[in-house]
Design a protein around this ligand. Sequence first.
Ligand SMILES: NCC(=O)CCC(=O)O
Ligand SMILES: [Zn+2]
Ligand SMILES: [Zn+2]
Length: 334
Amino acid sequence: MNSLFLSPEHVLQGGYFNSTLRKLQEPNTSIEPHNIMYPVFLLENEEAMQAVSSMPNVFRYGINKLIPALSELIEKGLKSILIFGIVETLPKDASGSSADSAENPVIKALPRLRETFPELVIACDVCLCPYTSHGHCGLLGDTGAIDHASSVTRIAEVALAYAKAGADIVAPSDMMDNRIKAIKDALVANKLQNRVSVLSYSCKFASSMYGPFRDTMKSSPMAGDRKCYQLPPGSAGLAARAAARDVAEGADFLMVKPGLPYLDIVRQTKDRYPHHPLFIYQVSGEYAMISRCGDDAEVRTTLMETLTCMRRAGADCIITYFAPLILNIIGNKQ
Ligand SMILES: NCC(=O)CCC(=O)O
Ligand SMILES: [Zn+2]
Ligand SMILES: [Zn+2]
């Protein structure tokens, strides 16, 4: 009777009955420190430290508070960060001039971070929205629509300024067409091409899951939305073309953002570009959801399951506000 239901070639459970065997069944899904990048919010006021109300356990730091916080995390294994500058007193204007002025918090902090943490990989988000009066990611022309040529020129200028100040990676999140080529050209013209890489937010969707981040950064557009430059959530085709374009323009690394609802795009991108390390941005809305999914233990297991699935889908590195918690979890396991 039993044999009717147990045809040997259909028995799978013999292959995963203990944890070592289960690990073998999950290839390339381990979470090690180099698989994690930590986004940090950097304030102008060097002594400030503010909690982010919409994101539990996330803070905005002035550089003098950020350095000790990072030291602790680096001791636990942190390998890379992604910096977002926030201006509070510096002017926001039509050209986003505070993005790369001498007073910009990122420009000021980079030499100190570089010197204090020589081994840390420092990526800088490159966008105009935190610095423009209108809050759009590019510059606007007379009609109020994005002006492509001036936007790309300005984005490349800002990326170059961060590269010169000490960034290892510049990460344009603006989604203006052709910016990767403009940035690569600027790096080559300044002989920085072999010590600065470009992480393209290649497949960045116009998602509703950026809400807590925009509160934090005060970077919502004053009017309109970003649907004319970020990708429509249902479009796998545009995501494929955007990745292809960025690869052709010389992107070193690709990204899919947000993460969890877009794992099909992660797999599609990895399959087409297996030789380009692929990042996922686990965005603020994902952070908020997982943070509230249950008690501490449930948050931890849900988080680690999510990261495992992101790795399974093809992600090499996950940009996540959970980095401090992840370092604790994987540190305790080893
Ligand atoms: N350019 C960076 C983002 O838009 C981050 C979004 C998020 O964490 O919600
Ligand atoms: Zn932006
Ligand atoms: Zn953005």
